[in-house]
Design a protein. Structure first.
Lengths: 169, 102
């Protein structure tokens, strides 16, 4: 389990760095797919089988294809963005400093809370992470959030059609 | 699963979140910024799943599922807005989008 954490974690970090560093958006998308697949491996190591599947199908499948389509449609024969310096002076340095400071604070709080000293717990309920247990949890305890999810998706679909659909019908 | 493992996963989640936040603040291409938001959401998901595994409670999984759904909706809307921006002008750079500036 520790080996999975190290290897998949390193891959996830490499993928995330690739997204930020890559010059062309297509390379960013491919790095993001690496990041998402290694996160799916991490989910598997945490006994979250159904979520690992969701991660691969929805993220690496649907969302990344959507990104690729938009990139292919819009930026295929265009010069890369960010040729010039931005209008905001020192944006790069300030951004990195702010993000790293916030992250160090976040991780320091997590460590100071004593996560490492928590007692080991091995017992898991039967069927933990399986689609059946997930469905039971989602459709009984969290039925309201499930319905709200449907509402959010419907609102997103209507919003997209209103925004970019054909005007002259 | 002991506390050290939880700590490892939470630290990894924090590192990924920082990388996403860095990208969001440093890059100016709207497509890449949207992808950085995805990285940050995924980092939060990892923490949820790690704690769910430690506590043996599936509520973290449900919350992760909701986050994935909202991320899908957000990407659809965000990409629609980007398509509109590209139609109106050659705005490949978010610095050039300043119509609402006072």
């Amino acid at each position: 389990m520790t080996a999975v954490l190290w290897i998949a974690g390193a891959l996830a970090i490499a993928g995330a760095l690739g997204v930020v560093i890559a010059k062309t958006p297509v390379h960013s998308v491919i790095s993001l797919v690496v990041n998402i697949l290694s996160l799916a491996a991490l989910f598997l190591s945490l006994q979250a089988e159904f979520l690992a599947l969701i991660q691969v199908i929805i993220y690496a499948g649907a969302i990344m294809i959507l990104f690729l389509f938009v990139i292919a449609l819009l930026t295929a024969r265009r010069d890369p963005v960010e040729r010039s310096e931005g209008k905001l002076e020192g944006q790069r340095e300030l951004g990195i400093v702010t993000a790293v400071a916030g992250g160090v604070l976040m991780i320091a709080v997590a460590f100071a809370a004593g996560l490492g000293r928590m007692p080991a717990r091995e017992a898991l309920p039967a069927g933990f992470g399986s689609a059946a247990a997930f469905g039971r949890e989602l459709l009984t305890t969290h039925i309201l959030s499930f319905e709200l999810t449907a509402f959010v998706l419907m609102a997103a679909v209507i919003g997209v059609v209103v925004l970019v659909g054909r005007r002259q019908l | 699963m002991n506390g050290d493992m939880v700590q490892g996963y939470v630290a990894l989640s924090g590192i990924l979140f920082v990388i996403g936040a860095c990208g969001l603040m440093v890059r100016r291409s709207p497509l890449v910024m949207l992808m950085c938001v995805e990285i940050m959401l995924n980092a939060a998901n990892l923490a949820f799943v790690a704690f769910a595994r430690y506590l043996g409670n599936m509520e973290g999984h449900v919350f992760t599922f909701l986050v994935v759904t909202v991320a899908a909706a957000e990407v659809a809307i965000g990409l629609a807005v980007i398509v509109l921006l590209f139609r109106k002008r050659d705005a490949a750079d978010v610095d050039d989008v300043n119509t609402l500036r006072g």
